[in-house]
Design a protein around this ligand. Sequence first.
Ligand code: SAM
Length: 299
Amino acid sequence: MSGDAAGGAGDRAGAVDENRAPPGSVPARGYVFDNDSPHSGDHHRYLEEALDPLTLGRLTEAGAGPGMRCLEIGAGAGSVARRLAGIVAPGGHVTATDLKPGRIAPAPGLTVLAHDIVNDPLPDAGYDLIVARLVLQHLPRRRAVLGRLARALRPGGLIQVDEFDAGHEPCLLAPTEDDARLYERFTAAKTALMRASGGDPSWGRRAPAALRDAGFTGIDIRPHVLLRAPGTPALGLQLHHLAHLAPRLAENGFTPAELARLRRLMTGPGFAAATGVLYSVQARRPPARETSDSDRRNT
Ligand SMILES: C[S@@+](CC[C@H](N)C(=O)[O-])C[C@H]1O[C@@H](n2cnc3c(N)ncnc32)[C@H](O)[C@@H]1O
């Protein structure tokens, strides 16, 4: 285990907003979409289809290429890490970590590790590139984790954090007003469950400032919204959330008839919704001279 004295402004700010469950929330139970769930295969498949083009497009635009040493944390089923290993070949390497990495298939240039990003050690300045997609929002102490990631990057190295702000996921088309209200009740319950598990479903909107506060520079933000319409992976993802969370939604006031109606609504004609905004945020660890200047200011 590392000492994890993440330090810096990020920690101090983090102490204010992290781990605070809103009044009336349900009891905490840990990461809400467990990789051991039978629904997890669908979860990762839809994430891959919906988001890999965006995540990998941004990485290649920013110069990901042969020879780079990369880390992906919370890699899920590893689709990004696997493709990135191809992009950084020859001479490059990707380490894909996850609390539960059992779904990550081996590939050339890829090392898979069981690793808890909150507590387990990371090499100092060990990577040219770090990717974190839809992980930090689920973590307690996410700002402290950003401090640890800053130290694990070489000076001048690149981090990409892709995170949803799920605080506003509007229904755009539904057969009746009642249907639209039921869908919006579901999205509100989903984010409440994520909060109750120690996550911050709106963290996407806070990611740029959190990166700046952790000492990163050159913050480059790209917002994206996806359509949840029949046949889209973004709707598949939402259907997965409904299936995965059904037992907990039932504990929190949804009747079996309402859950069945939601599924019919989302799989039937005449339904469309938008995802929350996905913020893809790139930033760099300052080059060595800037780092030591800022270190001096902080001492
Ligand atoms: C929503 S999934 C995202 C997976 C992948 N990054 C993607 O976007 O396709 C979140 C992942 O973070 C992992 N995770 C949760 N807590 C973690 C921790 N403390 N350390 C490492 N991984 C963690 C989960 O096991 C899961 O695979």
